[in-house]
Design a protein around this ligand. Structure first.
Ligand code: FAD
Length: 493
């Protein structure tokens, strides 16, 4: 097959790849931009809204690639996974044998779930639309599931699943510690035993289309789900009740046993305080489950299936053989402050990469939707600048970590070192909490605000972003900083 020349080549049709391709296409309207992707549909950010100086909110639409090509006539989408890169020849080879030479290449192939027991049919990971649909089908018939993990996906799932017992195995001392501390966890936990609000608070992101994929039969390496992936998905199991979550803290999965393996152990399984139909109460020990989970705290639970939400592994495998990529401890391709990998003319952005530059003291990498977009956009800018021999400053969005999301139906905004990540012991925390209404935590160091967690409709995000960015000395204000009777915005105007 003939080799095609692609001056600009982007791999991956997720939010990082598409943003990068769009930006390149806008900058060089006379050049073709090639987008190679394993998934038949691409993801694009729409309705971008600036929430803060460092934070955008947007909807994500899954589209046919032809829509992107119509919108950007110089983008060519090729639906085929990349099998190999021959970096010395600046060449990419796809699964279907096509070859492309590139001047500059950006790898945005995302990441996949890190499963606790890969290959076990009762262990599911949720990553893309296909895996979400499999999960939905299995859940419809389930009476009990075990969720393993303590990140965003686990948090969303325990809250969203209804009509099914959930056993949630968390390795840490408090829930959600990727996003917040024990205090915030205590604030949120009551939501797990209350019925869901009839009218949900504003959705964290509003549009996410999945119906196009439901027609498709063959599996593929799809893009990661993202904003509101569960909106519009029925996460109801067989029974009629809201939450029934049993927490197992500070434990991990020791092993997963199939039903026959469990029988050979000849020990009873543990039971949980139940709310489901008597025949499934499991108190008599007669209920047989298809799979059992043994936890490191010695407990053994039967369930219909296990959801492994224990982080992701960057999709780097096809690109490594024969090439000199530096790989980070988390398995991502290391990139410098120009989003360049260690291989000449190869950049990377989004979940696949590991930020290996010296970051601003208020920013950290997290594999999040917003960062995938920021990195894709900035990588394109850097590719262009390097091509033109121009200088480029690190984008402002990398000055301050900022993330908006929704957990347990509360709006959650995280700023800077919101969990005192990497700070010396001299930092202080200030708290303000009104049960069921809001939780505000600020992280202070040397009288300066360096991070904040805002849960609920606090309206403090803009002021706090400014205070963190300008590093004003706030020592004089002391605890008044969080006094609910003081209009803090006026204070610092
Ligand atoms: P992806 O979206 O994974 O896209 C990778 C693309 O590369 C895909 O198109 C894939 O087909 C393609 N690809 C892979 N391998 C190859 C190959 N060899 N050749 C060619 N193409 C290839 N983030 C948030 O900020 N907020 C949330 O609430 C949130 N919720 C989430 C919920 C779930 C269930 C999941 C799974 C993730 C969630 N995330 C969330 C994370 C967020 O979705 C990711 O950080 C983001 O989608 C990463 O974008 P990406 O473009 O780097 O990768």
């Amino acid at each position: 097959m003939a080799t095609e020349r692609a001056k600009w080549l982007v791999v991956g049709g997720g939010i990082a790849g598409v943003t990068c391709a769009e930006q390149l296409a806008l900058q060089f309207m006379e050049d073709d931009v090639f987008l190679l992707t394993a998934s038949p549909l691409i993801k694009a950010a729409t309705n971008v809204r600036q929430v803060l100086r460092t934070l955008e909110e947007f909807d994500v639409e899954e589209k046919e690639s032809s829509i992107l090509e119509r919108q950007y006539p110089n983008i060519r989408v090729i639906s085929s996974a990349v099998r190999e890169i021959k970096a010395e020849q600046q060449q990419v080879i796809t699964e279907d044998g096509r070859r492309y030479t590139y001047d500059r290449l950006c790898l945005c192939a995302g990441a996949r779930p890190k499963l606790i027991n890969d290959g076990n049919p009762y262990v599911l990971g949720i990553r893309d639309t296909d895996s979400a649909k499999t999960f939905q089908c299995r859940l419809a018939k389930a009476k009990r599931v075990v969720i393993v993990g303590n990140g965003g996906i686990a948090l969303e799932l325990v809250y969203e699943i209804e009509g099914c017992e959930v056993i949630w195995a968390v390795k840490d001392k408090s829930i959600g510690n990727t996003f917040f501390d024990a205090g915030a966890a205590q604030f949120l936990i009551p939501q797990l035993s209350s019925d869901k609000a009839e009218t949900p608070l504003a959705c964290k992101r509003t549009k996410y289309t999945t119906e196009l994929l439901s027609e498709r039969k063959e599996p593929c390496l799809g893009s990661a789900l993202g904003p509101d992936w569960h909106e519009g998905m029925n996460l109801k199991a067989a029974k009629e009740f809201s939450h029934c979550v049993h927490l197992e803290m500070e434990c991990e999965v020791q092993r997963v046993l199939l039903s026959d393996e469990f029988k050979q152990l000849n020990v009873p399984a543990h039971t949980v305080p139940h709310r489901i139909a008597p025949e499934h109460s499991a108190t008599s020990g007669i209920v047989e489950w298809p799979v059992y989970v043994e936890l490191t705290n010695g407990k053994l639970y039967g369930c219909d299936f296990i959801i492994s939400a224990t982080g992701v592994v960057p999709n780097v495998e096809p690109f490594l053989p024969g090439n000199n990529f530096d790989v980070g401890e988390d398995g991502g391709l290391k990139v410098d402050d120009h989003m360049r990998t260690s291989v000449p003319n190869v950049y990377a952005a989004g979940d696949i990469c590991t930020a290996a530059w010296t970051p601003s003291s208020l920013w950290q990498q997290m594999r999040l939707w917003t960062q995938a977009r920021q990195m894709g956009w900035y990588a394109a800018k850097c590719m262009v600048a390097d091509h033109l021999g121009e200088k480029i400053e690190m984008d402002f969005c990398f000055e301050l970590f900022a993330h908006v999301t929704k957990f347990f139906n509360y709006k959650v905004i995280l700023l800077g070192k919101y969990n005192a990540q990497g700070l010396a012991l001299d930092h202080e925390l200030m708290l303000r909490c009104t049960k069921g209404h809001e939780y505000v935590k600020v992280v202070m160091q040397n009288g300066r605000m360096v991070g904040a967690v805002l849960i609920g409709e606090t309206d403090l995000e803009e002021t706090f972003e400014n205070l963190i960015l300008n590093q004003m000395d706030l020592s004089a204000y002391g605890v008044n900083l969080l006094d609910p009777n003081i209009d803090i915005e006026d204070y610092f105007d």
